[in-house]
Design a protein around this ligand. Structure first.
Ligand SMILES: Nc1ncnc2c1ncn2[C@@H]1O[C@H](COP(=O)(O)OP(=O)(O)OP(=O)(O)O)[C@@H](O)[C@H]1O
Length: 636
């Protein structure tokens, strides 16, 4: 593990000359919060109420930013969770039986807090239950399911007699904090904004961590995230529950602000409005939730005043305007308004001063097996897609300290084989063993934990994130700090170690100059190298590379070959699929040739080049491109 730099920032960016500007982002945020706090006592009542509602909306929208913008799961049903939080506290604080039984223990002032706990417990159970069923669905099915549960919970509120039916529940007591009654909107508004700011801080910390990178990886697709060792199903459910809990907290605050609840504010329309807020503000940005909530709340208020007089009739016309607004914003500002505002403000902002870091936590280390040990074994692996046999009885070993190439014409079954020996797909027949363990029906993350890392034929990076963040994701399973530790910033020593390791691998792969650039801005060939650096950050024993030389220029290919030779010398086993025959013949120790899913040859580069069947099927006519003495070249 490399020693951390004393002046690395939490984001791992080395200290550089701070850019000129009037303030840093943190200073600006603190100044805005201080201004709001100072003005709070003098603002007109109406403004205070509006700001309180904006705070409530923003808490829900922040959860949606995490769920939809960051995690890639769309939910129209968050209003229902707001309802669960609101009804739980309303019921417990007003039902005669519960008041009698509990108020003796916690006192009347303690009842809303019991309501909060009840709301959170019910929300947790409902969200976990719904999440485990619906989050398995992909594409349009998930949003459709969120509509279904949003409607179900809404009608449940309206039809339960003990919840007051359509009339709702009145007489909800005010919150009491440390003996102070928060009966007035001005008083509870302070709590609402405090909750919002704390939630934003916790979520910001979560995103700026190992766990945050894993959450972002969900958007990069299940296959990529799982191959980094991330349990995607578990993360999706946790994210869903987190967003639901935030909604429930907002509902709890709402109930004690309004002191009355009815089903209407928890219907599907409102669920759609929450989604508008997150998307219009900037679905991938936490402050976008506040911006979106502010815009929609103010706009709604204005439209409700203006539209009826303009149209001469009343109705929910603001929903139509919201729809048009959404189309306009998405057309002009695809990522929402916050990124645009951010870019605009950048010239006045100073870069955050780097934070001094004393020590990095040790990362998990792997002892590599001795050279010659069989790492990966495929025995008689067959894969059928209906009537098509993509792999037919394929057997192959990959040993520590060797480069094994898998070649063959397009459609020969190389990627199918790759998928089966990396846990993406299961073989129809045959056996796959990794580190002498049977791997049938085990997920990619189990392969990753045992020491396998891979790259992809079609590059799978988080394009908007920096190279260093992408590479640090590869080291995910070498650290352990969870969500709570990340939220509370107890993971900093580990985070420094992860980022230092990522930078070390980036340097090693020759991309040091690009460490802080967004991955998408690199050329395709460089992105392939980023994937290799990401794989190396996991400290693998075996590396699977899918067409690593595609898109590289001559010198870049040479540098890549040198790197792979160095890794081989360090004892890694490397399985490479590649169409560039010069690259393969100069690098590989052994080559397996596939045609129509069947192994037609296996041996050293020289043996393969002399094999008539291989010449006929694949290498025929390509002799001019091959190195004169491939075997000699292989160890060069
Ligand atoms: N999910 C799938 N369903 C049906 N057929 C598939 C599936 N995946 C691959 N195939 C078929 O299996 C065969 C082998 O495909 P595969 O992608 O493994 O070949 P390849 O050697 O990797 O090709 P290339 O070099 O072009 O990447 C092809 O005929 C392909 O159409």
């Amino acid at each position: 593990m490399s020693a951390p730099t004393k002046t690395e920032s939490a984001a791992g960016v080395p200290a550089t000359a701070a850019s000129r500007g009037i303030a840093t982002r943190t200073q600006l945020t603190l100044a805005a919060v201080a201004l709001l706090a100072l003005c709070w006592g003098f603002l007109p009542d109406f403004t205070v109420v509006t700001l309180s509602y904006i705070g409530l909306y923003a808490i829900v929208a922040a959860g949606l930013v995490m769920l939809t913008g960051v995690g890639g799961m769309t939910s129209f049903g968050q209003a229902a969770f707001v309802g669960v939080g609101a009804y739980a506290t309303a019921w417990i604080c007003t039902a005669p039986a519960s008041v009698q039984a509990l108020s003796g223990i916690v006192g009347m002032a303690g009842m809303p807090w019991v309501g909060l706990v009840l709301g959170l417990v019910i929300t947790f159970a409902v969200a976990w239950g719904l999440g485990s069923v619906t989050l398995k669905l992909s594409g349009h099915y998930l949003p459709l399911c969120t509509i279904a549960w949003g409607l179900s919970l809404y009608y449940l509120f309206g039809n339960m007699e003990f919840l007051g039916g359509q009339t709702g529940i009145t007489g909800i007591p005010p919150l009491v904090v440390a003996g102070f009654s928060l009966a007035s909107p001005r008083a509870i508004g302070v709590l609402i904004w405090a909750v919002l700011l704390v939630a934003l801080w916790l979520l910001h910390n979560l995103l700026d961590s190992r766990e945050g990178r894993a959450i972002r990886a969900l958007k990069g697709g299940r296959v990529m995230a799982e191959s980094m060792g991330v349990d995607t199903a578990h993360y999706r459910i946790k994210l869903f529950v987190l967003a639901a809990l935030l909604a429930a907290i907002s509902g709890w605050l709402y109930a004690h602000l309004q002191r009355f609840v009815s089903p209407t504010p928890f219907n599907l329309n409102i669920g759609i409005e929450y989604l508008f807020m997150a998307v219009v503000g900037g679905a991938g940005h936490l402050w976008g939730a506040v911006l979106g909530a502010t815009l929609i709340a103010l706009l709604k208020e204005k439209l409700q005043d203006v539209l009826p007089s303009l149209l001469g009739t009343s109705g929910n016309f603001e929903v139509i305007v919201f729809g048009l607004l959404m189309v306009f914003v998405l057309q002009r500002f695809a990522d929402g308004l916050w990124p645009t505002l951010n870019r605009f403000s950048e010239r006045w902002l100073r870069r955050e001063a780097p934070r001094a870091v004393r020590e990095a936590a040790p990362l998990g280390q792997r002892t590599l097996p001795a050279a010659g040990t069989v790492l990966l074994q495929a025995r008689n692996v067959t894969k059928r897609f209906g009537g098509l046999v993509a792999n037919n009885n394929v057997s192959m070993d990959v040993k520590a300290g060797e480069v094994h190439a898998l070649i063959g014409p397009n459609g020969a079954g190389k990627s199918t084989f790759f998928n089966m020996v990396s846990g993406v797909d299961d073989a129809t027949e045959g056996e796959v063993r990794l580190m002498d363990q049977a791997m049938l029906r085990r997920p990619s993350r189990a392969f990753a934990r045992l020491g396998m890392a891979r790259t992809f034929q079609h590059v799978r990076l988080l394009g908007q994130r920096s190279v260093v963040e992408n590479v640090a994701l590869g080291a995910h399973q070498r650290a352990q700090r969870g969500w709570l530790a990340s939220m509370l910033r107890l993971d900093r020593a580990e985070e420094v170690a992860l980022l230092a390791e990522a930078r070390r691998q980036i340097e090693r792969c020759g991309l040091g100059a690009h460490a802080d650039t967004p991955a998408a801005s690199l050329a395709l060939g460089q992105q392939r190298i980023v994937e290799i650096a990401r794989a190396l950050a996991g400290q693998p024993a075996i590396l699977l590379l899918d067409e690593p030389a595609a898109g590289l220029r001559h010198l870049e290919k040479k540098a890549l070959a040198d790197l792979l030779r160095q890794l081989r010398a360090e004892g890694l086993g490397i399985l490479v699929v590649e169409h560039d025959m010069e690259f393969v013949m100069n690098l590989a120790d052994r080559i397996t040739v596939l045609e129509f899913g069947t192994v037609i040859a296996e041996g050293t580069p020289l043996e393969v080049q002399r094999n008539q069947r291989v010449l006929d099927a694949y290498l025929g006519g390509a002799d001019d491109d091959l190195p004169a003495a491939a075997t000699e070249g292989a160890r060069a």
